[in-house]
Design a binder for this molecule. Sequence first.
Ligand SMILES: Nc1ncnc2c1ncn2[C@@H]1O[C@H](COP(=O)(O)OP(=O)(O)OP(=O)(O)O)[C@@H](O)[C@H]1O
Ligand SMILES: CC(=O)C(=O)O
Ligand SMILES: [K+]
Ligand SMILES: [Mg+2]
Length: 574
Amino acid sequence: MAVASDSILSRTLLKITPSFSFKTQISATPVYLARGFSCNGRNLKFKCEIKAEVQAGVVLQEKSLQGLSLGFDVVSEGELREKGFMGMRKTKMVCTIGPACCSEEALEKLAFGGMNVARLNMCHNSREWHRDVIRKIKRLNDEKGFCVAVMIDTEGSQIHVVDHGAPFSVKAEVDSIWLFTAQKFEGSLPFTVQAKYEGFSEGIEVGDELVIDGGMASFEVIEKLGNDLRCKCTDPGLFLPRAKLSFWRDGKLVERNYGLPTLSKKDWADIEFGISEGVDFVAMSFVSDADSIRHLKNYLSSKSTKSIKVLAKIENLESVLKLEEIVEASDGIMVARGDLGVEIPLEQIPTVQEEITHVCRQLNKPVIVASQLLESMVEYPTPTRAEVADVSEAVRQYADALMLSGESAIGPYGQKAISVLQMTSSRMELWSREENRQSALNQRQLGVSLPDRIAEQICSCAVEMANNLGVDAIFVYTKHGHMASLLSCNRPHPPIFAFTNDDSTRMALNLQWGVIPLLVDLSDDMEANVSKTIDLMKSKGMVIQGDSVLVVSDLIPAYVTSTAFRSIQVKTIV
Ligand SMILES: Nc1ncnc2c1ncn2[C@@H]1O[C@H](COP(=O)(O)OP(=O)(O)OP(=O)(O)O)[C@@H](O)[C@H]1O
Ligand SMILES: CC(=O)C(=O)O
Ligand SMILES: [K+]
Ligand SMILES: [Mg+2]
């Protein structure tokens, strides 16, 4: 298969034989592909559209525009070079950082594998440990050209079993009798379990069902002794460290809100820590109303010099019931299926997930699908078929991002797990696009003011145009990321390059579907911004002659008062 030739190949459809390996070909010969394949194939039979300038045996030198920087992160740049505009992954990836991946080398490998956001779960480890990880990530960004945003995830007030330490898991046998207590006790399981909160048994009656971790094991409450509960195991299973408790009566969850605040004292201290370390996102656990989100957002905007986004985690029944107001109040959502599965029957999780992703897209908020995506990879180097199907389904639903938990935090196959996410999402994105499977968004009008409504209309028209014209890329110039998010919300076929001069905007856009955020100097002169960025992209070989780019702008120069200045332009690179 001769990809390399002296001629310039342009928009040629080539069949590639099954034995051809793209990667080997590149590394074996000094061929430089200015841009490569528009589809993601491995050693499979596939068709590729090649729009690349290829010269056998010659490495084309990059011209540099002295002193000007394009702020392209190394991963997106590499992806564009290797796969072309249409091959760029749209679905973002979040990795939980834990003991298995906290070294600089391991973090670099995850970043290289495409991690867009690193999540630090404040339930675990010390603040010093988290500080060390955050600094390593920032150093990698600065020194190695990655663009990885940092998220802290609050512990929140949840009723769980005190970490009973080794052994890792304990089996509860059928008919065995257990005591659940809030009292400290010496010794370890079995048969006494210490719950983390004094009032864990409030309102609980004899005959209620106590469920561990959403069905890992079940007990019947047979006696109340003060605040303690004597229970008989009815459905045998395992106690894992920090196992979560829920109570059921007549097949329904016993809803109790213990009077605990969404953010505990420790959570506030962790948030202070996050502000001082300059994190990009705070994910708020066990949100139960919109007020707590507004409160945190106000607090952050008064305390932090940079903009920090607040993500609401949907992980209890209350938050599902108040979904819309919570989505509206937040900067984004996490479908935290781990705890959600403790409070709602497991068979409802898929439909609740679809509902949440749909509402988020309608209200233009990024959404992360989290927990157990590749759970078996905590132990094994390959995922189950069912896990791959679950990842594909989240991608098909157009989630903005997918999250790894234990797969990256404690498992030995974190890098493999991220590459499974990468390959599976690229595959499903391509399929949705080529089969024309994408469901049109029945868009709600979000803005109230005329300029906001105009912005929405411009973005939805721009995406329709971009798809119909088959442009290679969308360029958007944005200060706060609003126009970029409106474009993303319409899930266009080509990637969205969002040029911003604000670092927190760049980091926040890291979570949005199909957006590649770039940090550049921008001026009030829109035409100059456009031609400068196109020149820079050209000089790096990222766009080539004949490429077409649809340009949308959100930066309104001070001297223009009319919103009509906002425009859509289609440029062909000369
Ligand atoms: N910083 C860390 N230090 C030690 N272990 C960690 C750390 N972060 C995650 N883990 C481990 O990784 C696994 C899964 O991660 P995580 O705790 O994020 O899951 P989760 O239960 O979904 O989160 P949450 O507590 O927010 O519901 C857990 O077994 C946890 O013990
Ligand atoms: C991520 C998380 O908090 C959960 O799934 O419960
Ligand atoms: K948490
Ligand atoms: Mg949780």
